[in-house]
Design a protein around this ligand. Structure first.
Ligand code: PHE
Length: 455
């Protein structure tokens, strides 16, 4: 596999590539809508605390495993376990990541497909002078039947397969180099627009005034799970990217940079969206359709809105695309290593399987009756919601827990100290967080949710 990647040329390209994987639909699509569904400020605060105290240390642990092993995730973990005199069963970290990445990608491509459709709508002027209701109709029509959704998401799957199969990381890296700054600039313009024309003060109040009475334990779990999702943790990606870390690069510092950029994009997305939501009297808890039902209203009214609208959704597509490639990589690498597939075979097989599984999400969105399953009690949930919930809120935190325990308890101190290569004080802080803070927090949130603990 290494022939398809090579080592990042320098620290900057590593940070950019990892940021490209981290910044995606999670920041621009998911963060605003789950914040809206979970009451705003208190949720944002818990999310920021999770990023700082759990997400960043876990990211460092993953990059450390990759840097030590310089192999695919499961192999790197085994190498590190063996060097520390531990069982090779720790390769479970690799397994969990492959499965999580696969399942996430199955709904990710459908949402990215929405963004492709909206890029088209934006450029062809469909948002021009449309009010909130008309924009809502546009969204409902897109989801009225399976064909359009299948087509748009198929387009993303095909693009992902072609890039990953070829292994043209260089071309992609270059594209990301240009696209990420453009994404930042466009977001800044959107925030500026929202600040001047939307209901900015209500949005700021909503996002930053913490009212804990609005946050449930389930909301806390969602914030925790999202901190893993948005940083691309527990999916093998950061281990892989760490495997190509250039020498003399501080993994501690770069992890902090990546997390800060990722968080900034998420907060900016919130500040671009909620002023428009509130100014148009739309519900903050509208769910997954939130950005598709709010931003186009602004684009339809602003000067050069056609250009900005199309470009904005194009950026969302690019952000999603750089993450899709990272997401499929675990499955592709796994097939190449364990099933003897060629890279092309692996990419096409994984892509086809993902497209098939994506139909569960497609039919959930069109409202097909069979796409809603009954869980225990009288809980009825669509496949889309189920996949999203299980991956982000169960698999990723669990994976993070295992990595935290592995890196801080199982790996020998001598090895982790050397690989992490930081000051003694920072090392202790990192170790403390992974030994106690992360496991206790993750377990407590889980237990609370199933009602065992009554905090
Ligand atoms: N971090 C990406 C996002 O926020 C999603 C992702 C998760 C990508 C896991 C890779 C691995 O959209």
């Amino acid at each position: 596999m290494s022939q398809n990647h090579g080592q990042w040329t320098n620290r900057f390209s590593y940070v950019l590539a990892a940021t490209g994987a981290a910044v995606g639909l999670g920041n621009i699509w998911k963060f605003p809508y789950i914040m809206g569904e979970n009451g705003g400020g208190a949720f944002v605060l818990v999310y920021l605390v999770c990023i700082a105290l759990i997400g960043i240390p876990v990211m460092m642990a993953e990059v450390m495993i990759g840097k030590f092993g310089r192999q695919t995730p499961a192999k790197s973990a085994v190498l590190m376990a063996k060097a520390s005199g531990r069982s090779s069963a720790w390769k479970v970290t690799g397994w969990g990541g492959v499965l999580a990445g696969f399942l996430i990608l199955s709904f990710y491509v459908v949402i990215a497909g929405w963004a492709v459709a909206y890029t088209w709508y934006g450029f062809n002027g469909s948002f021009e002078n449309q009010n909130a209701e008309q924009i809502g109709i546009l969204f409902s029509e897109l989801n009225a039947g399976p064909w359009a959704l299948m087509g748009w998401s198929g387009f993303i799957v095909l693009g992902t397969v072609l890039v990953v199969g070829k292994g043209v990381q260089k071309g992609l890296e270059k594209a990301v180099n240009y696209m990420m700054p453009v994404l930042f600039v466009l977001l800044a313009i959107m925030v500026g627009y929202a600040a001047t024309t939307g209901n900015f003060s209500e949005a700021v109040q909503f996002m930053f005034a913490a009212d804990f009475s609005k946050l449930s334990w389930n909301g806390v779990l969602i914030a925790l799970g999202h901190s893993f999702f948005t940083l691309s943790l527990a999916s093998g990606i950061m281990i892989m990217y760490g495997a190509y870390l250039p020498d003399n690069t501080s993994l501690v510092k770069t992890s902090v940079y990546i997390a800060i950029m990722d968080t900034l994009v998420a907060l900016m997305a919130g500040l671009a969206i909620f002023p428009i939501v509130f100014a148009n009297g739309l519900p903050a808890g509208a769910g997954p359709g939130l950005i598709f039902q709010s931003l186009p209203i602004a684009f339809g009214q602003m000067p050069l809105g056609q250009l900005f609208g199309g470009s904005f959704f194009l950026m969302v597509v690019v952000a999603a695309f750089t993450s899709s490639i990272a997401l499929i990589e675990s499955s592709v690498a796994w097939l190449v290593e364990n099933r003897g597939f060629s890279r092309w075979q692996a990419a096409f097989s994984a892509g086809f399987a993902i497209w098939l599984v994506s139909l569960l999400t497609v039919f959930s969105l069109t409202g097909a009756e069979w796409s809603v399953v009954s869980l225990w009690g009288d809980i009825r949930i669509s496949f889309f919601d189920l996949l999203d919930y299980i991956t982000a809120n169960i698999m990723l935190p669990l994976g993070g827990l295992i990595i935290a325990v592995f890196a801080s308890w199982a790996v020998s101190e001598e090895i982790s100290r050397r690989t992490l290569d930081t000051t003694p004080a920072l090392y202790r802080l990192w170790q403390l967080s992974l030994r106690f803070v992360a496991p206790v927090a993750i377990v407590a949130v889980f237990l609370n949710l199933i009602g065992v603990l009554d905090l």
